[in-house]
Design a protein around this ligand. Structure first.
Ligand SMILES: [Fe+2]
Length: 135
């Protein structure tokens, strides 16, 4: 299980709530994987992610634009790549059904997302907000 850390917060309440929600879903998925229910849980998790990413990325991108975040384009590209990975996984499941490989891939995609995007790149937004208080 992955515990939420205070250091993951970016200081924007709505975004922090959304990030926590993702960690909860990741934990539910990891739990299902441990209990050999990963294949059953994978479609539900992907459906969640499709709706979640639309709302969450829209909010985060609006904040970046509002504060005129200099690394907007590269940050948005990571969001777009994440969406592409979710769609790719879903397409694979549509044609071949859930497999151990797709389960592992989703597991890894979500864990990497937390460890690299949320805890590092989203933190850069927080850092920018802190150092540019005029915004
Ligand atoms: Fe982000």
């Amino acid at each position: 299980m992955i515990a939420w850390r205070e250091t993951y917060n970016i200081g924007v309440q709505e975004v922090d709530r959304q990030h926590q929600e993702l960690v909860e879903k990741l934990n539910e998925f990891l739990d299902a994987c441990i209990n050999q229910k990963g294949k059953e849980k994978i479609m539900e998790t992907l459906s969640f992610l499709k709706a979640y990413t639309v709302e969450h990325f829209k909010d985060e991108e609006a904040i970046m634009q509002k504060i005129q975040y200099p690394a907007y384009a590269e940050h948005k590209k990571e969001h777009d790549d994440f969406i592409a990975t979710v769609v790719e996984l879903e397409n694979g499941i549509m044609t071949q059904g859930p497999t151990i490989l797709t389960t592992l891939k989703l597991n890894r995609t979500l864990t990497d997302w937390l460890l690299t995007h949320i805890s590092k790149n989203d933190q850069k937004i927080a850092e920018y907000i802190r150092t540019n208080p005029v915004n």
